[in-house]
Ligand binder design. Sequence first.
Ligand SMILES: [Zn+2]
Length: 80
Amino acid sequence: MQAWDAGHRVTDVTPHELIGILPVADSLHTRYMAASDTWRAHRKGCEPCQTKQRCETGAPLLQRFVRLQDAYLTHLRNRP
Ligand SMILES: [Zn+2]
């Protein structure tokens, strides 16, 4: 998981996860939770981000969180 993130855009879901070769739940959920924590921790101490004016640091953090949340929820919906 960490190794994959190191070599790819952090917002991406691995192709292998998308086509179901790898088990998704653990790694995707872990990344989703980590992104959520990171974003919330930043927003807590960042006034612009609390007022919907994302700062340069906060914008990608939020984007990553949203993307991972979408991917995770999609995964749950598509679960057999
Ligand atoms: Zn911010």
